[in-house]
Design a protein around this ligand. Structure first.
Ligand code: NAI
Length: 399
């Protein structure tokens, strides 16, 4: 069928299989244009592997280090008459490209928070991946989590933990700057957000893998976080999501202690750059900040997408012997975003930005292009007038 974008607020309800494949191929080409990662990972589990940072975290080890990968995600398959989700098509393209190069690549589509999915992952690692993984990337972004023991469902909210907070925001549908007021969360909402986006499930994954003896000597694990500048702190770092990210740091220290003692392994939180992904486009204020950030970083020649960020994380930090940790023990690949000159320009633009000067001060076109690209639209070399196979599936998940 012919697929075109159908945007509803901050999501696009359709995705293009060939466009997603072209997007994945661009990322593979980027990784291949870099030297192989010396002593890189060989058997990798990526949780949240189908889009954004997790997809890049699957592509870099596979094509930069010849790694076998098991990817876990929650995506919607397509049919002959209805398009599936972008992550489904990304994973189809990834698996095909990886297996074409002789790499093992399998995927699990389901709820990563459940015990059942962890057990399925353990079975694949034991029976098909030589028994052990040496890198686990935790890159989930989810609005809800079902507690695997009690069945209780927790929902995350994007609210402040202080009082109401009013700032500029961007209506990404209309391309208009307006004001938004974000309310304060209740104690229960804060606790629920930590349950969903905090580090508890990362710990459960590592425990499940350790209990099944699936962790290699020297195993590494990493989860992703964001800090950003003060202007977004009320909604991000000091907001409900920031509380969850602090809990990831707690989990990182706990996992690190266990792994270093038993296997000479390690766990880190990596603080990454703000980028357009399905998860970040849902956060108020942040898309306007990202549009200005893109403008400044492109002007300075230091703009990066997910694949550039993860290439740098793996090649220049995790496997370089020089982690360059900050004072809180975190890896920082948001270093270029947080450069003083970049942040000073953004602060000045933020102060002055309005509908009148929006296109001068922000790269909204870049934001829109990246947003559409997430769903496989706007890629060079793809014929969007032609029929595309919406029933295509990752080979390991094909019926
Ligand atoms: P994304 O929306 O692009 O990808 C989320 C992934 O999680 C997808 O693979 C999806 O299938 C999977 N997923 C969601 N719920 C699931 C479930 N129940 N079971 C299995 N898989 C599930 O998100 P993005 O932006 O790449 O975020 C990944 C991590 O990076 C998050 O922890 C986020 O906070 C962090 N991060 C994101 C930044 C950004 O600007 N986008 C910046 C810094 C950190």
């Amino acid at each position: 069928m012919i697929v075109s974008p159908k945007i509803r607020g901050f999501i696009c309800t359709t995705s293009h299989p060939d466009g997603c494949a072209a997007n994945v191929q661009e990322q593979i080409n980027f990784v291949k244009s870099h030297p192989k990662i010396e002593n890189g990972p060989k058997n990798v589990l990526v949780i949240g592997a189908s889009a954004g940072y997790g997809l890049a975290s699957r592509i870099v080890p596979a094509f930069g280090s010849g790694a076998n990968t098991l990817g876990v995600f929650f995506e919607k398959p397509g049919t002959e008459t209805r398009s599936g989700s972008a992550g489904w098509y990304n994973s189809a393209a990834f698996e095909k490209a990886a297996t074409a190069e002789g790499l093992f690549a399998k995927s699990l589509n389901g709820d990563a928070f459940s015990h059942e999915l962890k057990k399925q992952a353990v079975d694949i690692i034991k029976n098909e991946m030589g028994g052990k993984v040496d890198l686990i990337v935790y890159s989930l972004a989810s609005p809800r989590r079902t507690d695997p023991d009690t069945g209780e469902v927790f929902k995350s909210v994007l609210k402040t933990t202080g009082g109401d907070y009013t700032n500029k925001t961007l209506n990404t549908d209309k391309g208009e700057v307006s004001e938004v007021t974000i309310g304060a969360a209740t104690e229960e909402e804060i606790a629920d957000t930590v349950k969903v986006m905090g580090g508890a499930d990362w710990e459960l994954w590592i425990d499940a893998l350790a209990d099944a003896d699936c962790l290699a000597e020297g195993v590494k694990t990493v989860a992703y976080s964001y800090i950003g500048p003060k202007l977004t702190w009320p909604i991000y770092t000091d907001g409900t999501i920031g509380c969850a990210k602090k809990d990831c740091e707690r989990a990182s220290a706990a996992i690190h202690a266990k792994l270093s003692e038993s296997l000479g392994g390690c766990a880190y939180v990596s603080v990454n750059k703000a980028l357009v992904t399905q998860a970040s486009s849902a956060i108020p204020v942040v898309p306007l900040y990202i549009s200005i950030l893109y403008k400044e970083m492109k002007a300075k020649g230091i703009h990066e997408g997910c694949i550039e960020q993860i290439q740098r994380l793996m090649a220049d930090r995790l496997y370089s012997g020089d982690l360059q940790l900050d004072e809180d023990g975190r890896i920082r690949v948001d270093d270029w975003e947080m450069r003083d000159d970049v942040q000073a320009s953004i602060a000045a633009a933020w102060e002055n930005i309005s509908n009148d000067n929006f296109n001068e001060l922000a790269d909204f076109q870049g934001y829109r292009d990246d947003f559409l690209k997430l769903f496989g639209f706007g890629l060079n070399g793809v014929d969007y007038e032609a029929d595309t196979d919406t029933a295509t599936a990752p080979p390991s998940l094909a019926e």
